[in-house]
Write a protein that binds this ligand. Sequence first.
Ligand SMILES: Nc1nc2c(ncn2[C@@H]2O[C@H](COP(=O)(O)OP(=O)(O)OP(=O)(O)O)[C@@H](O)[C@H]2O)c(=O)[nH]1
Ligand SMILES: [Mg+2]
Length: 544
Amino acid sequence: MLERPLAATSLLDAIKDLRRDVDDTSFPLELDDVASARASRARLVDQLTEHLIPRLTELSAPAVVVLSGSTGAGKSTLVNSLVGAEVTAAGVLRPTTKRPVLVHNPADAELLAHHPVLAEVTVASDEAVPRGIALLDAPDLDSVLESNRETAHRLMEAADLWLFVTTAARYGDALPWRVLEDAVERSTTVAMVLNRVPTESLPTVRGDLLDRLRTHGLEGSPLFVVPDLGREVAMLPPAVIAPIRRWLAMLAGPDRARTVIARTLRGSLTALRSWVDELADAVQRQADAAGAIGATLDTAVAAPRERSRAHALSGVVADGAVRARWAQLTAVGGPLAGLLSASGAPRGSARKAAGRRAACAPLLDDLVRSAAATLVVAGERAEEALRAALGAPDAPAGASVVLAGTPVGSRGQDRDSAAEAAARAWVAQGTRTVTAALAAHPPVRGRQARRRAKALAVTGDGVLAPVALAAAGGLSEAADLLQALLGEAGTAAVASLRDELASLAAAQVDLERATFGAPLADPDLAADASSRLRLRLAVLKGLT
Ligand SMILES: Nc1nc2c(ncn2[C@@H]2O[C@H](COP(=O)(O)OP(=O)(O)OP(=O)(O)O)[C@@H](O)[C@H]2O)c(=O)[nH]1
Ligand SMILES: [Mg+2]
C-alpha cells in the first residue's frame, strides 16, 4: 500500500506556525510553575522540530513513481508523453537512459529538496505533473551496463511506487518477475504498462499477463495496455495514456493525503494538543499574575496621588525662596511696592511697567525651582509606596520581577528632569491663564472697568503672571494683590493655576506607576496572550 500521503502542506504550515509561536512564547514572571512551563515549551519545540516537522515534511513530499523495466520498453517515451514535453531522452540506441531523470510539479520543489533520491538524478519540473507525485525515469533494469542495473535497483528501492513498463515481446523475461516478487514482499505498490502490443495479439497477451500477475501475487495491480503504433514515435497519443494519467492523478489526491497523515500522526497530533493547551494555560497564568500586579500598582499609588495633590496646594511651593523674593519685591521702594493705594485701588505709573516686569524674572525662576522640588517629592513618595507594595509579603506572585525592573536609585535623574519640565510648563502657563481669566470675567460696571484698565496699565504684561503663580504656589499676599488688581478674574486665574499644579503632582505619581509597570507591557503578559496559541490549536483541529 501507498503509505505516503500527498500535498499536505497546509498541515505542515500550521505546525510550522505553531512552532514559531511556541518558540516565541516567554514567561517573564517568576511564578511557581514557571520552570516547568519553560521546560514544557522547550520540550514542545523539540518535539515539533525533531519529530513532527521532519515527519510531516517527509509525508508531504510527493510520491516518487519510478518507471522501470527493460531497455527499449518505452519508459522514457512514456514519461515524455505523460508530461507532454521532452524531459528525458528517448531513442533507438540501446540502452538510452543512463542518467535518471526526475520530473515534478514546480510547487513541490521545496518538499522534494531533501529527498535522498535527488542525489543521483537530473531534476526537471513541469506544470503537467500533478502536485503530489514525481515521475522518475530509470535506466534499464536488466542492462548490459552494470552501472545501469545498479542505479535502476537503487532507484526502485527509494521510490514509493513502481510503474513497471514491459512490451509484448519481453514480458516473459525472468528478471523482471524476480524483481516484481521483491515488490510484493515489501508490499510496494506496483502498476504495470504493457507496451507495444500488436492489436491482433492483444487479448492473448493481456490474458497471459494477468495470469502471470496472479501467480506472482500481483492480482489487483493496475494493468495498462498500450497498443503498438507500428512505428517509432516521440510521444504516445494522449488517448492511449489517459488511463495512466488518471491513475497518477488519483494517487496525488489531497483527501487521501489527509487521511494517511491523520492515520500516521494521529497519536502525535493528539498529544500535541494537550501540550499546547497546557502551555496556553501557563501563559494565561502569567497574564493573570500580570493583571494582579497591575492592580497592586494602581492601589499603591492611589493615596500618594491624593497626598501629592494636597501637598502641592499646601503652600509648600511658596515657602522659602519664593516668599523671600516676594518680600524683597514688595518691600518699601521695591518694584512691586505701592501698586495699591491705601484704599486698595490700583496706583502707580504705566511708565515703570517694563522695569517691574524685569524685576519679576527672578521670581519666575524661584517658582520653577520650587515647583520642581515639590513634584520630585511627589515622585519619591510614589516610588516608596510602589516599592513597599511590590515587596510586601502579600504582594502578588511575580511582583519581584517587576520590582527588579526598577532598581533602587535608578529613578533620580529621569524624575528630576520630568519634574523640571513639568514645573517650567506650569510657569509658562501663567500669562495664558491670566489672559483667559480676564476674558472669562469681563468687568460689569463702568467703575470696575476703569479700575481694571488702570490695573493693567500699571502692571503691564509681565507682572500679573508671576503674581498669579506666586499666589497659586500659596502666597496669600500675592493672591490678595491679584484680587485687588483684577477682581474675580484674579481669583479665577489663581484657582486655575492651583488646579494645574495639583494635576502635575498627580501626573508625577502616575509617571512612577508607569515606570514600575513597564515590564508588564510585554505582549506575553497581555490579557489575551494565550489566545495566540489557542488559535493555532483551533487551526490544527480543523486540519486533522
Ligand atoms: N515500433 C514502435 N516503436 C515504438 C512504439 N512505442 C514506442 N516506440 C519506440 O520505442 C522506443 C522506446 O525507447 P525509450 O522510450 O527510450 O525506451 P526506454 O525504456 O526508455 O529505454 P532505455 O532508456 O534504454 O531503458 C522509442 O524509439 C520509441 O519511438 C510503438 O508502439 N511501436
Ligand atoms: Mg529510457
